[in-house]
Structures are given as structure tokens and as C-alpha cells.
Write a protein that binds this ligand. Structure first.
Ligand code: ADP
Ligand code: ZN
Ligand code: ZN
Length: 755
């Protein structure tokens, strides 16, 4: 038995592994991630290394392979824990150990180390006074200024002297030569929050009874050494963030650190400042705007114990805190917590694993918890806290559903229902603001009947079929296809079409109908320039516009107290997006969008326009009734065997040669079916064995992107372990078959966005 070991955990060297023999007496004590001592190099110097894999044979000359010496005593160090986390990720999400390690270990950048220079006075104060006299007497003004400054402060910043006091380096050096002062340098890590002013005094809040309860239980359990996952299900504005901060304070007080994950888009100045007020310089942030060097510096500050709290998106999960006590995931339902790169890990699940390795707790928060999290709470794996009431200002808005089929019947073919048009007029008169929201996210070009709301769905998968250019309707999961239809099979209407409206067209329509209104538009086009996002939001916050039109990016994380009307133009766009999460995503978006209205003192109203007013997602969203939504949605997932009721593995194959990708996916599916049959036969009558259903290969919605062709195979099972087993078999099959050299194969467990 041989082990592959990495010796140097720096980013550039991760690819370099060394082979060592596993001595028999250690064989059953070693696993991936174990920290071991090995003889290294020609001098056999003892070094520490981390096991990243095992094999029965070795590529190196077996006569020259050395033995692992022993397991490192302090084998539970931070590095070992991160390597073990990487191993878990490789196992659960596919890909190589190197890819997993590169995700988990911070990028080391040698460039851009910054130093800070100081000047320190060496002479006593009275000697200094004499020197000052001397310089003044000789009319050496710069030296006198420097000496006077050093008499006020023994240590002064170099920058301050040279910039503000206008003292040149040669003057400082001249005094250094006479041993009047000393120049000192020190390496500094960049702090992205440096110089940020804390504007207000920290608000003293007295917690609501619901907040109190969550905080109390968390504190009790934490103090008793109980580590687990909590789910805070609390409506927007119920004070979740206050609760996180109090929990973090307790953890920090016990000498441990906390990571707070926030979707990048919600990582706003406001949020960061709330944390900064509470934790001061001991908090730092990570976001995509930081340079590699700055990101690395934040990691180093965390490792060195300079920080207690790290706030950031998904990647901040791997902050190398020496003594991690808590991981908070705000808006845990967000799809951005799922990585789109190999390994395609989910931050929620990976946080659970990291917390387990580190002895930390996890707190998830959302106004619309993911089905996964809510389901785990139901199973008793998570403890759920419910915050039903708003803590600060504002009441929940009043929601209207506008039936677009009725509008059509009444001769209104416009994109605005009568109700929405009237309310817009009303708000313009009152000088209150309006947000119009088009949720195109995941929009797949489904067909719907505008007279009765009928949507063409796959008979096998119960998701909507997507219209392809050649007049064919296709299912993304199983590949089922049928011809496009021209007449509605339900009501015979010929108004059966796709939706084509974009934000640009809506802007034109609104401008025509309300020529006096000042309109801003926010979508991918208008936010392309740097900070485009912030600029538009800032202009709207300053009330430079009456109406903000946008895609889902406008519904997240911003408070506009003067917004009292939100219009959702076509809720169906995301409802029939053709994947099993469409309903969940629609519910979340509608609740979030509704939450934008009435954040200030004035009450808010919301209009949801739809062709499917009786759909449970729309009905429950209009009532902001999460529990009913959850029950209905869970029933659908169970019936169809979708997550979280069952586990789903998507295998995506891509390549430049369509025929090759087609063949490769066909053979891989065949092989998977064969393996599955063998697995079931081997299990025989064993009760524990649940079958795996293999679906496809099919062409995903975007069958070809650029010049890359794609196929996807889905595998479903009640048993996660069975899917992981099958994934391992497929990875081996791909590795030994030369046919796959020109095909890229990716595994995605419980995909978030479909392919
Ligand atoms: P969430 O994270 O659930 O959206 P926040 O924690 O941001 O809620 O709270 C919403 C607003 O209510 C914030 O302005 C916050 O300062 C305020 N707030 C939270 N808890 C309380 C409280 N117990 N008393 C008064 N105001 C509170
Ligand atoms: Zn119809
Ligand atoms: Zn199907």
C-alpha cells in the first residue's frame, strides 16, 4: 500500500505529490488528510506532509520508495483539518484532490507585500529640546520641524512626516546618522475596511422575545459544548442580523472566531458597517473586488489571530481561522452558495462538514429557507428558530394578484394590468417610488396559453418543456420532445406563445404610458461598467428617479424607504423555468420582491401579474405563507423523487465534437446502468439497498454554448452513498477510456441551476 503525500501546502506546489510506503502497523490509522512525518530528500530530513490519496501500486521505483515514519502528534492542526475538508469535498462533489485543495487553501501571492515605516526618537526629551534649539539656531527649518514632532510623539508614521510635514528622506537620514532617531519597518496586511468611519453610535437594542429565545438557546447549548446547525427562519426585517451578531459576540468572547457568509450582491456597505460597529478592527471582508494580494492578506490576518470575524461570499468559508467557533450563512437559500467550478460544492453542506471537523456550530438564516434546510429541520437534524414579527419599522405589504388571462379577456394586451397601472399613477402623484421587476432568471422559453394559462410540460418529469429554434419542445431532464403546438389543448385558444419582453421593452412601454415619470433601468446591460450597480442604486436611493425597472438584481438587500409599490410583471417567467427548483425560486423571488415595498413608515403594496393565479407558488407567495408553500412543494419533490426527498446527481459532458460527446454520454449512461445492475445484484435481498434511476442522456436547454456541445445524464436515488459509489465508478471508467480525453465530464450533486 502506498500513499501520495503533499509536503508543501502553498498554492503553486499543490500539484507536486510524493509517494511513500505505508508501514503495516500504520495501515488502519491513516486516512486522507492525516498529517504524517516523512524522510525527505537525499539527506532524509524529517518533514511534515499530508496524505492526499492511496494506491495499491506505485509509479516510482518500489525499491527506492521510503516509508512513512509516524503520524504527527499534533495531527489535528489547521492544515490537516483543511486537507481533510478537501478530501471530503472531492469525495462528495467529484473532481481531483488537487482541485479540491486549491479551493480550500488560500492562494499564496508573494507580490505586493506592503511595509509600513516608522520613525522612532532615540534621544531623551531633554536632549531633544537641546537639539531643537540647535536646529532653530542654525536655521535648519526642516530638522527643527522633525525634532519638534518627535518631541510630541516618540513614534511617527513615515508617510505622515513626508507628506503632511513635508520632510524629505534625506533630512530623516541625516538625523538617523547622528543616532537621534531610528527608521523602523514592519510588514502590514492590507485592511479593506481601513479608514472607514463609523458614523453613528452603536444602537442599543432590546431584543424581541423571539430574538431573545434564539439567543438564549444558542448560548446555553454553546456553553455546554453542544455544536450543531441552527436554522433561523425569520421574515425580512425580523432582526436576524442582530441575532447573528449577538451569537458571534458570545463565540468571540470564548476566544473563538466566526465566519459570516453573505451573497456577494447583499454584501453592502450598510451590512458591513453594522458588523464593523460591533467588532471594530477585528472584522474583515472578502469580496471579488479585492485584489489577490488583498485577499491573501485577509487570510493571513485570520491565520495570525488578528481577526475574529470574516464576512464574505462563498469562498470566505475557507478562512483559515485557528479556532473556528461559528459559521453563519445569511440568505442560505441563495443559489450563489453553490459553486459553478469543480468541485461543485454547496457552502451549506460544506460548512456543516467544516464545523464538524473544527468543533464549530452553524447558523443558517432566511426568510424563505431552502427546501433542503427546512427538511433537515423537520427531520430534527437542525434546530429551527422562527421570527414571525418585524423587529424594526414597517409592516408587511398588501399583495394583489393580477390575472393576466382576465386582462386579455377584457381587451388589455399591454404588459401592465389595470391594477398596476392605476397604482403607478397614484404613486407618481404622491411622489412615492416604484419598483418594477421582471424575473427572467432561468427563463427557458416555455410555451403558455395566454387565455387559460396552460403550460406545456414533460409527461415524465413534470417540468415545463423548452422551445428550441427548430419548432421542437424539449425536456431538459429526460430528453423527451414533441412538436410545438399552435392551439391550446385545454381551451382551443390560439394565443399560445412564449414570453419575449425584456427590461428594455418595459422601459419603452412605461416611458410611453407615463411620460412624466423619471425611469431607471437595472439589468446586465446597464450595470456592465464598473460600479454600475451601485451608481444606479444610489441614484434611486437619492430619489433621482420615480421608477426602477430591473431583473432579479433589484430585489436583494437594499432598503428604499420611499418605495411603496412593487410590481412583478410576469411571475410565470421563473415559475416555468424547466427545472425542479423553478417553483421554489419563484416563491423566494416573489417574497423578496414583496419585501421591498413598505420598508419605511409608509405602508406598501405589491402587484403580482401572472397567467397562473391558482398555482400554489403564487397563492402562497401572495399570502407570504411559507409553511403552506413548503408543504405543497415538498409533496411535489417527494412524488417526483427530486431533492431533498431524494438525491440527484447530474453528470455533464462537454466537448467540441458533437458526435463524440453524444457517443461518450451514451456509453457512460450504459456503463452506469450496468454498474447499477451489478450493485443491486450484489446487494441481493439486502433491505438497505435502494435503487438508482438513470435518466438520459439529454441535451440541456443550452445544448451548445459557443462551439461547445453538451449532454447531461441524471441519476436519482434515495441513498447519497449509492450515488457517490456510482460517481467513483464513472470517474474510473472515464480515466481508463481514451475516448474521454476530448470530453470534459463534471459531476454536480443536487444541482441548483440546472444545466
Ligand atoms: P433581518 O436581518 O432579519 O432582515 P435586521 O437584523 O436587519 O433584520 O433588522 C431589521 C431592522 O430592525 C434593522 O434596522 C435593525 O437595526 C432593527 N432591529 C433589529 N432588532 C431590533 C430590536 N430588537 N429592536 C429594535 N430594532 C431592531
Ligand atoms: Zn388555453
Ligand atoms: Zn422529462
Amino acid at each position: 500500500m502506498y500513499a501520495r503525500i503533499i509536503v508543501d501546502i502553498t498554492h503553486e506546489k499543490l500539484d507536486r505529490t510524493f509517494e511513500y510506503r505505508v508501514p503495516e502497523e500504520l495501515a488502519d490509522q491513516l486516512s486522507v488528510g492525516t498529517e504524517v512525518w516523512i524522510p525527505f530528500g537525499s539527506a532524509n530530513k524529517e518533514r511534515k506532509g499530508y496524505i492526499v490519496g492511496f494506491s495499491g501500486s506505485c509509479e516510482y521505483d518500489p525499491g527506492k520508495v521510503k516509508d512513512i515514519l509516524r503520524i504527527s502528534e499534533e495531527g489535528t492542526g489547521l492544515e490537516a483539518r483543511l486537507v481533510a475538508l478537501a478530501a471530503w469535498m472531492k469525495e462528495h462533489y467529484g473532481g481531483t484532490m488537487i482541485q479540491a485543495l486549491k479551493t480550500v487553501l488560500p492562494v499564496k501571492k508573494r507580490t505586493g507585500i506592503r511595509r509600513k515605516r516608522y520613525i522612532r526618537r532615540l534621544v531623551s526629551a531633554s536632549e531633544g529640546e537641546q537639539l531643537l534649539e540647535e536646529f532653530l539656531h542654525k536655521n535648519q527649518k526642516a530638522r527643527a520641524r522633525l525634532m519638534a514632532a518627535l518631541l510630541d510623539d516618540e513614534v511617527i508614521d513615515w508617510e505622515l512626516l513626508t507628506r503632511k510635514l513635508n520632510i524629505t528622506a534625506s533630512v530623516i537620514q541625516a538625523l538617523e546618522k547622528r543616532e537621534i532617531l531610528k527608521i523602523q519597518t514592519e510588514q502590514v496586511y492590507r485592511n479593506p475596511l481601513e479608514g472607514k468611519k463609523v458614523c453613528q453610535e452603536e444602537k442599543q437594542v432590546s431584543y424581541t422575545p423571539e430574538q431573545e429565545e434564539a439567543i438564549r438557546i444558542f448560548r446555553q447549548e454553546y456553553e455546554h459544548g453542544i455544536r450543531k446547525t441552527y436554522l433561523i427562519y425569520g421574515i425580512t426585517g425580523s432582526g436576524k442580523t442582530e441575532v447573528y451578531m449577538e451569537m458571534i459576540r458570545q463565540v468571540v468572547r470564548s476566544g473563538r472566531q466566526a465566519i459570516v457568509l453573505i451573497p456577494e450582491i447583499a454584501l453592502t456597505y450598510q451590512t458591513v458597517m453594522r458588523f464593523y460597529q460591533k467588532f471594530g478592527d477585528r472584522v474583515s471582508i472578502m469580496n471579488s473586488r479585492l485584489s489577490d494580494g488583498e485577499r491573501y492578506d485577509q487570510m493571513e490576518r485570520a491565520r495570525k489571530g488578528e481577526l475574529d470575524v470574516m464576512i464574505g461570499p462563498r469562498s470566505a468559508l475557507f478562512t483559515p481561522f485557528p479556532n473556528l467557533g461559528l459559521i453563519v450563512i445569511d440568505e442560505e437559500h441563495e443559489s450563489s452558495y453553490k459553486s459553478e467550478q469543480i468541485p461543485r460544492f454547496h457552502a451549506r453542506e460544506t460548512a456543516g462538514k467544516r464545523a464538524e471537523l473544527e468543533g464549530a456550530s452553524v447558523v443558517l438564516g432566511s426568510a424563505t429557507p431552502s427546501l433542503e434546510a427546512r427538511y433537515r429541520a423537520e427531520l430534527g437534524e437542525y434546530t429551527m428558530f422562527t421570527l414571525k414579527n418585524r423587529a424594526g419599522a414597517g409592516n408587511l405589504p398588501r399583495v394583489y394578484v393580477a390575472d393576466l388571462r382576465e386582462e386579455l379577456k377584457n381587451g388589455n394586451r399591454s404588459i401592465l394590468s389595470d391594477r398596476l397601472r392605476q397604482l403607478i399613477e397614484d404613486r407618481l402623484k404622491k411622489h412615492e417610488q416604484i419598483m418594477l421587476f421582471l424575473n427572467r432568471r432561468g427563463y427557458s422559453g416555455f410555451l403558455a396559453c395566454r387565455s387559460c394559462g396552460y403550460v406545456v410540460k414533460c409527461p415524465h418529469c413534470d417540468v415545463s418543456l423548452a422551445a428550441h429554434r427548430n419548432g421542437i419542445l424539449k425536456c431538459h431532464y429526460c430528453g423527451y420532445e414533441q412538436r410545438e403546438i399552435k392551439v391550446c389543448p385545454e381551451c382551443g385558444s390560439s394565443h399560445i406563445t412564449g414570453f419575449r419582453a425584456g427590461t428594455q421593452q418595459i422601459e419603452d412601454i412605461v416611458a410611453k404610458e407615463f411620460p412624466e415619470a423619471r425611469v431607471l433601468r437595472m439589468d446586465l446591460d446597464t450595470t456592465r461598467e464598473k460600479d454600475g450597480h451601485e451608481k444606479i442604486l444610489a441614484a434611486f436611493a437619492n430619489e433621482e428617479a420615480d421608477i426602477l425597472i430591473g431583473t432579479q438584481m433589484i430585489v436583494k438587500g437594499h432598503d428604499f424607504p420611499n418605495v411603496t409599490l412593487v410590481g412583478v410583471l410576469a411571475a410565470d417567467l421563473s415559475l416555468y423555468a424547466g427545472d425542479f427548483r423553478s417553483g421554489e425560486r419563484t416563491f423566494q423571488l416573489l417574497v423578496q420582491a414583496a419585501g421591498r415595498a413598505g420598508r419605511g413608515q409608509k405602508p406598501g403594496e405589491v402587484v403580482i401579474q401572472t397567467y397562473s393565479p391558482e398555482h400554489y407558488c403564487i397563492v402562497t407567495a401572495a399570502k407570504q405563507d411559507y409553511d403552506s408553500f413548503y408543504e405543497e412543494e415538498m409533496r411535489y419533490r417527494s412524488l417526483m423523487g427530486y431533492p431533498p426527498a431524494e438525491h440527484l446527481l447530474a453528470v455533464l459532458l462537454t466537448g467540441e465534437d458533437d458526435e463524440l460527446v453524444g457517443k461518450g454520454s451514451h456509453y457512460l449512461a450504459e456503463y452506469a446502468i450496468l454498474m447499477e445492475r451489478r450493485r443491486e445484484e450484489a446487494a441481493g435481498e439486502e433491505q438497505e439497498c435502494r435503487s438508482i434511476e438513470i435518466i438520459g442522456p439529454a441535451s440541456p436547454y443550452v445544448g451548445k454554448v459557443g462551439d461547445i456541445y453538451r449532454r447531461v445524464i441524471y441519476m436519482k436515488s434515495e441513498q447519497e452513498a449509492a450515488l457517490i459509489w456510482l460517481k467513483d465508478r464513472m470517474e474510473q471508467y472515464i480515466e481508463i477510456n481514451s475516448g474521454y480525453q476530448k470530453i470534459r465530464v463534471q459531476f454536480d450533486f443536487n444541482p441548483m441551476n440546472g444545466f
